[in-house]
Design a protein around this ligand. Structure first.
Ligand code: ISJ
Length: 97
């Protein structure tokens, strides 16, 4: 099933279509979470290199570039997402597991 061939029909057909689309969403969410984890590792590496050289953990000019990148794509929610991603990557959020 593609987005161009969305079915219309009885309840069972609708429910099957939703289940299939949701499983595609679940796959994407797993990929997004994996990418976010990788991003956090890279971000922490940058922060550690900077701190080891006597610098600060955060660099707001760079964060503003990233926030703008997301805002340009998704507007206000985009900038909110970017700020939460940066919060996760700054290591100020306790990550379980
Ligand atoms: C990773 C860096 O350090 C911090 C984390 C950032 C990020 O996660 O993108 C951006 C700026 C810094 O506050 C960096 O400076 O690039």
């Amino acid at each position: 099933m593609t987005l161009q061939t969305l079915p219309t029909g009885d309840k069972a057909t609708t429910e099957a279509a939703i289940a299939e689309l949701r499983s595609s969403i679940d796959v994407l969410d797993a990929e997004i979470l994996g990418l976010l984890e990788r991003r956090r590792e890279l971000s922490e590496a940058v922060q550690e290199v900077r701190i080891a050289a006597g610098g600060r953990r955060t660099e707001f000019s760079r964060e503003n570039v990233i926030i703008k990148r997301y805002a340009d794509r998704f507007g206000r929610p985009g900038s909110a997402i970017a700020m939460k991603i940066l919060e996760i990557c700054r290591g100020t959020v306790k990550v379980s597991g």
